[in-house]
Write a protein that binds this ligand. Structure first.
Ligand code: UTP
Length: 626
């Protein structure tokens, strides 16, 4: 057991009381006998760093002693999990808060220009070529999902990865991600001669807010078919919140013996991967790529094969996935920044920084569209592909530390007090900031309909989004899946009826036929083309669910709901005309608490009035026509 400081007098001398700070916490002195020598040192550090307010409401010894000890255990954890400890955290917070108060742009001195990258058009020869390369390379990849975020804007009570990606099948995001990785693993292995044993590693970064529920979701669903040894959960720690520009640590509003904490941002993923030792294990196993993605982008895996193909062909150390971006649109732009001292970097610049930066560097109109109708700076969607070797080299220098920022919400223009406590944050896309100019940093731009439909906003906020801007809600996220699948089929020659406009939870969206398929049915455009013939037709009110690998749509004409299930070793040809009452979308109000939250936040429920379901559970070749 740790020895405690025996008396107040002894404690006072251990603290070497000399400055004003020492006299500032009388309530702490009274409780010194509770503390171990290490805790006394932490107390001293806190007082020296101007944090005496933390003890203002501490009662006499004998009252809440366990809570007081628990307070110092929390301080020890916060101190140990931040490079340089809490004192360093407080110092950095003060510096960044002073910069924020004075309105300093972190990119001052840099001139932005358009970096080089690859712009892809879905379905053309170039796209097909990159998809082919990407699928081959997939067996050399590891996936990292950052899923530690609070999801405050969405306000959903569960974890975001447990939400249905779409409600026709009810498949949750995590299941879809795992099935996509497994399908890619299988497709990639099929292209290798001889036996291919490789399992694609899958890491999930969690936080205290998401860890237990993520693990439970995996365990209660047998890891959705993935081998548990293939999955690693890495939990990020939170950081302390601060209440003002002096970085006074915030007391938890629910417990005066705790410091309030919040997530540090997804930038933690780099230091966690580095310290976990996984990167070296992967390198030793011959892996070459690490693909990072976020919790609720249901379209991402449609963009992954071609993007990895670009990384491999162009030998990009860093490849940021991007979408065309309208000038001033509220997503970061990928820009090359060149400093007057010669430094350069290709990096995400937040939209509110890009415009002033352009104006101050000889572009009087700031962030404007070019002849394409879009900003020349593509919009960052925060999905990164890093080449493993150079990544490890860089992390050996930095330990994975990412430049932090602070984003206080000020009460008024004096910028002296905050609406609520704030904290330092770091973002995974800031990784390239420390790279040398020789690093090959590029991007891959793809159509938004194919690559990006996150679920971030609650219904109320989404309904307030100005017309023409993306809602990024559960409603738009689901409709984006149907639209992308319909457009992919259309490109392959299938006749798909045009969408209708409908309003759910105050958001007007395009409603396409509700087409969904398992990743193993089609990972690439070539897969879609080989499995859906041009003589198919799907009406707007239809639902088509394809649950199986070798299902071939020959001359299917669908006006209603059709679910096709097949075992892996069955080959099923489907044709003819299917008509029934189908599945209807019925409006639900987000305020209607009698409806499950997952349904309520998307603003509709599916009424399964009538469908045709065909199931082929055995191996063999089958052909079906009504
Ligand atoms: P978001 O920008 O969606 O933030 O994070 P968020 O914290 O989840 O949601 P809000 O801002 O509170 O509404 C982008 C991705 O980064 C992850 C999220 O889980 C999401 O996949 N993330 C965010 C982390 O892993 N850790 C963090 O500390 C923050």
């Amino acid at each position: 057991m740790a020895s405690t400081v025996g008396s107040t007098a002894e404690g006072l001398s251990a603290l070497d009381i000399s400055g004003d700070w020492a006299a500032s916490a009388p309530n702490l002195w009274k409780n010194l006998s509770l503390l171990s020598p290490d805790q006394v040192q932490l107390a001293k550090m806190l007082l020296q760093m101007g944090q005496s307010h933390l003890f203002e409401r501490w009662p006499e010894p004998g009252v809440d002693d366990d809570e007081k000890r628990a307070f110092f255990q929390q301080v020890a954890r916060l101190n140990a999990s931040y490079p340089g400890g809490l004192a360093s955290y407080i110092r950095t917070a003060r510096e960044l808060l002073a910069d924020s108060k004075s309105g300093k742009n972190p990119f001052d001195g840099f001139t932005p220009s358009v970096p080089s990258g690859e712009s892809l058009t879905f379905g053309d020869d170039n796209f097909i070529h990159f998809e082919e390369i990407g699928v081959k390379e997939m067996q050399n990849a590891a996936f990292v999902l950052v899923a530690g975020g609070l999801g405050e804007r969405l306000g959903y009570n569960g974890i975001k990865v447990a939400l249905p990606r779409e409600s026709s099948t009810g498949t949750c995001f995590l299941q879809h991600y795992i099935e996509s990785i497994l399908a890619l693993q299988e497709a990639s292995c099929r292209l290798v001669e001889g036996a291919c044993q490789r399992q694609i590693p899958f890491v999930i970064m969690t936080s205290d807010d998401t860890h237990a529920r993520t693990l439970k979701l995996l365990e209660s669903n047998a890891y959705f078919g993935m081998s548990p040894s293939q999955v690693t959960l890495l939990k990020q720690e939170k950081v302390a919140c601060v209440d003002d520009n002096d970085a006074r640590l915030a007391v938890d509003p629910h417990n005066k013996y705790r410091i309030q904490t919040k997530p540090h941002g997804h930038g933690d993923v780099h230091s966690l991967l580095y310290s976990s030792g996984l990167l070296k294990t992967w390198r030793d196993a011959g892996l070459r790529w690490v693909l990072f993605f976020q919790d609720t982008n249901g379209l991402l895996f449609k963009a992954i094969p071609a993007s990895l193909g670009v990384s491999a062909s162009k030998q990009y150390h860093v490849n940021s996935l991007a979408v065309p971006r309208k000038a001033k649109e509220a997503i970061g732009g990928i820009a090359k920044l060149t400093h007057s001292d010669g430094r350069t970097m290709v990096i995400n610049v937040e939209y509110n920084q890009l415009d002033p930066l352009l104006r101050s560097t000889g572009h009087p109109d700031g962030d404007v569209n070019c002849e394409t109708g879009y900003s020349p700076f593509p919009g960052n969607i925060n999905q990164l592909i890093l080449e493993l070797g150079p990544y490890i080299e860089e992390l050996q220098k930095t330990g994975g530390a990412i430049k932090e920022f602070v984003n206080p919400k000020y009460k008024d223009a004096t910028k002296t007090s905050f609406k609520s406590s704030t904290r330092l944050e770091c973002m995974m896309q800031d990784y390239p900031q420390t790279l040398p100019p020789t690093a090959r940093v590029g991007f891959t731009v793809m159509d938004i309909w194919l690559a990006y439909a996150p679920v971030k906003n609650n219904p109320e906020d989404a309904a307030k989004v100005p017309k023409g801007n993306p809602y990024h809600s559960a409603t738009s996220g689901e409709m984006a899946i149907y639209r992308a699948n319909s457009l992919m089929l259309k490109k392959a020659g299938v006749k798909v009826s045009d969408p209708v406009l409908q309003v759910f939870n105050g958001q007007e969206v395009e409603v396409w036929p509700r087409v969904t398929w398992k990743p193993q049915w089609a990972l690439t455009y070539a897969d879609v083309k080989s499995k859906a013939s041009e003589s198919c037709y799907i009406s707007q009110r239809s639902t088509l669910i394809i649950n199986g690998r070798n299902i071939f749509l020959e001359d299917l004409s669908l006006d209603g709901a059709f679910v096709i299930n097949s075992a892996d070793d069955a080959e099923v040809k489907i044709g003819g005309s299917v008509q029934n009452k189908g599945w209807l979308l019925e409006n639900v109000d987000y305020k209607d608490t009698s409806v499950p939250e997952e349904v309520r936040i998307r603003g509709f429920r599916i009424n399964k009035v009538e469908q045709l379901e065909k199931t082929y559970n055995e191996a063999g070749k089958f052909s079906w026509k009504p």
